[in-house]
Design a protein around this ligand. Structure first.
Ligand code: HEC
Ligand code: HEC
Ligand code: HEC
Ligand code: HEC
Ligand code: HEC
Ligand code: HEC
Length: 295
């Protein structure tokens, strides 16, 4: 009997906790009048990992004391910040994610942003903006299995890459797909190593940087991570085999592209030549016929 009452009390307590929990979560997020005018951002935000923890004003500032029941543009006052520029974007995230931001600010991606290359990656290119999900969520672009596609959205995209860098290697995903690390996944297994396992997610650096995870000197540590190839002695050899069968460049133009253009030109030339010959042949036959008729 006592145990029964205990159970009921525990249950009531639990229900109470859930109800107040929900109420707190709602309070924090509903009392914001942004919803009246920016329903698209609000509905995206509701599904994001941030929703239960922070609100619009944590990133954008503004005056949250102006009640959600009053539609007023004045909420965008006080310390309101609009859309940040790419160089200012990290200041939106750094106050709550200082370690990740510090890592990112050492990367090639950040270096290029600072050089004014808007094609480079900042937090929102990889994570999204109002719809940010935890990487544990399968729908997140930063989920293990989605990382190759996320990185290739830029690194495999010739038009995007040509805008800023003539001759960047745009075969990273193609060459990676051939790798055992991904083949296992394609045939129903799991991804063994994804782009960011070797290149890091935030501290991405080019090969010739001595601090880069893919610098030959650091490959034994990168390949030798726990769960990968501990004690990897031949890491240097593995290194060259990762993006195997990669493109060859001729004065920073992909030879594959050169060959393609060469063939297109050859085919056009051949077609013109063949049809030219046929035309000439037909017209001379026609002339011979006419002459015969005259005779
Ligand atoms: C009464 C309607 C209204 C309310 C309430 C409102 N906004 Fe706006 N907001 C606008 C309009 C209008 C613009 C300018 C047009 C545009 O860029 O969409 C704008 C623009 C913005 C921009 C983009 C500015 C830029 O730099 O491009 C942001 C960010 C923004 N609002 C955030 C918020 C946030 C956060 C809240 C709540 C604290 C809020 N707004 C509340 C109407 C409103
Ligand atoms: C985690 C930080 C963060 C939170 C929280 C956040 N925003 Fe934003 N918001 C941004 C960033 C970053 C941009 C710039 C996006 C870009 O440049 O593409 C932005 C852009 C905007 C814009 C300009 C239009 C657009 O979509 O690019 C509006 C409007 C806006 N936010 C409204 C809101 C509203 C309303 C909320 C709350 C539901 C909110 N934001 C919550 C970071 C945030
Ligand atoms: C006001 C504090 C705050 C700001 C500002 C903020 N975040 Fe967050 N963020 C959080 C909290 C709290 C969580 C959820 C708890 C956790 O998982 O660490 C979170 C979670 C995340 C996650 C998911 C982490 C995971 O588990 O995989 C990502 C990604 C993320 N934030 C990115 C950003 C980006 C990008 C910005 C800037 C545009 C930003 N955050 C701005 C507080 C913030
Ligand atoms: C929004 C586009 C974008 C996304 C997304 C992106 N990158 Fe990059 N990445 C760039 C640009 C631009 C550079 C600068 C290239 C340069 O000038 O060397 C770069 C440089 C690099 C470099 C150095 C290349 C070199 O030759 O110097 C590596 C390695 C790299 N990225 C890996 C990654 C990985 C891994 C991911 C995914 C986790 C990723 N990138 C996502 C745009 C992007
Ligand atoms: C080149 C793509 C890329 C960029 C740029 C990037 N991230 Fe990430 N981020 C990832 C990937 C991939 C993961 C998941 C794998 C992991 O945890 O390393 C991740 C994980 C995270 C996490 C959860 C893991 C953790 O360590 O807490 C947070 C928080 C986060 N990122 C915030 C940010 C912030 C803030 C920025 C900008 C300062 C940023 N990211 C820039 C790709 C990126
Ligand atoms: C198993 C580890 C591993 C994986 C997985 C991997 N890479 Fe690499 N990546 C390397 C190594 C080692 C190099 C340097 C040697 C080379 O170019 O082959 C490299 C080179 C690069 C470079 C040129 C860097 C420079 O400075 O020249 C880019 C860009 C790159 N990878 C992007 C990617 C992308 C995008 C993915 C995912 C689709 C990916 N990598 C997957 C290990 C890896």
């Amino acid at each position: 009997m006592r145990a029964g009452i205990g159970k009921i009390i525990a249950l009531l307590f639990l229900v109470g906790m859930i109800l107040t929990g929900v109420a707190v979560a709602e309070d924090r997020n509903v009392d914001i009048s942004c919803i009246h005018c920016h329903s698209k951002q609000v509905s995206e935000f509701e599904k994001s990992v941030h929703f239960n923890y922070i609100s619009c004003t944590d990133c954008h500032g503004g005056d949250p004391n102006i009640s959600g029941s009053v539609v007023s543009i004045n909420v965008m006052s006080k310390d309101f910040k609009g859309s940040p520029s790419q160089e200012n974007l990290t200041s939106f995230c750094s106050k709550c994610h200082p370690q990740v931001t510090a890592k990112y600010e050492k990367s090639i991606h950040w270096k290029k942003v600072q050089e004014g290359r808007t094609e480079s990656a900042s937090c929102i290119n990889c994570h999204g903006v109002h719809n940010i999900l935890s990487s544990k969520n399968q729908d997140s672009p930063t989920h293990l299995e989605n990382i190759p596609l996320m990185c290739s959205d830029c690194h495999e995209n010739e038009t995007k890459m040509q805008a800023w860098y003539y001759g960047i290697q745009t075969d990273r995903f193609d060459t990676y797909k051939k790798l055992y690390h991904y083949k296992a996944y394609l045939s129903g297994g799991r991804v063994l190593a994804t782009c960011s396992d070797c290149h890091e997610s935030h501290d991405v650096k080019p090969e010739d940087d001595p601090e880069s995870s893919i610098n030959p000197a650091n490959l034994p540590a990168t390949c030798g991570k726990t769960g990968c190839h501990p004690g990897a002695q031949n890491a240097y050899v593995y290194g060259g085999k990762v993006h195997e069968g990669k493109s060859v460049y001729f004065f920073s133009i992909d030879v594959k592209t050169l060959v393609t253009y060469f063939y297109i030109l050859m085919i056009l030339f051949e077609l013109t030549f063949t049809f030219g010959l046929i035309f000439l042949g037909m017209s001379s036959n026609f002339r011979i016929l006419r002459r015969k008729n005259h005779d």
